[in-house]
Design a protein around this ligand. Sequence first.
Ligand SMILES: Nc1nc2c(ncn2[C@@H]2O[C@H](COP(=O)(O)OP(=O)(O)O[C@H]3O[C@H](CO)[C@@H](O)[C@H](O)[C@@H]3O)[C@@H](O)[C@H]2O)c(=O)[nH]1
Length: 316
Amino acid sequence: MKALVTGISGFVGSHMAEYLLAKGIEVVGTIRQRSMKDHIAHIENDIKLVECELRDPISVEQLIDRERPELIFHLAAQSFVPTSWNSPIDTIHNNVAGQIHLFEAIRRFKLPTKVQIACSSEEYGQVEPSEVPIREDNPLRPLSPYAVSKVAQDYLGYQYFRSYGIHVIRTRTFNHTGPRRGEGFVTSNFAKQIAEIEKGLRPPVIHVGNLQAKRDFTDVRDIVHGYWLALERGTPGECYNLASGSCCTIEYMLQLLLTLTDIEVEIQEDPQRMRPSDVEILLGSSDKFHADTGWKPEIPFKQTMTDLLNYWRAKL
Ligand SMILES: Nc1nc2c(ncn2[C@@H]2O[C@H](COP(=O)(O)OP(=O)(O)O[C@H]3O[C@H](CO)[C@@H](O)[C@H](O)[C@@H]3O)[C@@H](O)[C@H]2O)c(=O)[nH]1
C-alpha cells in the first residue's frame, strides 16, 4: 500500500512517516524547494521525496498521476497562528489552494484515494464556557486568519465528498506537541528557552505571551496513530475531533516544564507575544472519533513534555 504525506519534512509529517514505515507502508512525501530536511534525515533512504509546490496545480496533477497513492495524509500547511496575522492572504492561499489542487487531481483521475485533511480546533475559536468539552457540532467562530483557512479546508473537504464522492476524512486536531515541534509554538518555545538557560546560553528569564489561555494537548505520536485510524475506520465525509479531553492553562504547562529542570527563572511577559485575539479555551471531546475508530491517547502529558525538553537539550 502506498501513502502520500504532504509536508513530510514538517513536525507532524515526519512523525507520520515514521509511523507508516513501521507499518510497512510505502511512503512518498512532498517537500518544497527550500524545505529543511533535518526531521527526516534519519529515514531519508526509506521514503521517496518529491519536490512539489502544492500551490501549483500542474505540479500537483503530475504528482498524483504518477504516484496514484491509496492514502493521502494532507499535513502541509502554514500552521503558525501568529504568521497568519502578518500575512493573512499567504496563509489562506497556501492552505486552501494546496488542498483544492489535491482534490482536483484526485477527481480528474477518478482515484479511490482516501484523504485525511488536517483541520484544527482553532476553527471553533470563540468558545463559550457552556460549550466545553467541544463537540463537532459546535458553531465555528474562527478568531484568526489561520483559523479561517482551516474552516475553508474543512468545508472544502465536506463539499468534495458531497459533490464528487471523494473519500475525505476531516480531522479537527486540538493542540499537539512532542519532539521536533517548531520552536515558535508555545510548548517548544518554552522548552527551548529552558534548555538554553540550562546551558548558559541566555540569562535565566523566560519570555512569555498569554499564560491564561487554556489548551488541550495530545502527544503527536498519538495523533499520527489517530490519522491512520481515521482513514482505516472513519466514515467518509465526517469530521472528527482529536483531543485528550482535558485542558490546562499555558501557565500550568510552563510550571510543569519547570518541574523538569533545576534552574531558577524569572518569567517576563513580552507584549510582542500577545495576539490581536486569542482563543481563550480549547477543550475537546473525542467521543465521536473514539466510537468510530477506538482511538484514545496513550502518552501522558508529562512524558510528552519530558521528551520535548530532552529533544532541545540534545539539539543545542
Ligand atoms: N507561540 C506562543 N504562544 C504563547 C506564548 N505565550 C503564551 N502563548 C499562548 O499559548 C497558546 C498556544 O499557542 P501556540 O503553541 O502558538 O498554538 P495555537 O495558537 O494554539 O495553535 C496550535 O494548535 C492548533 C490546534 O488548536 C493548530 O491548528 C495550530 O497549527 C497550532 O499547532 C496561545 O493561546 C498563545 O497565545 C509564546 O511565547 N509563544
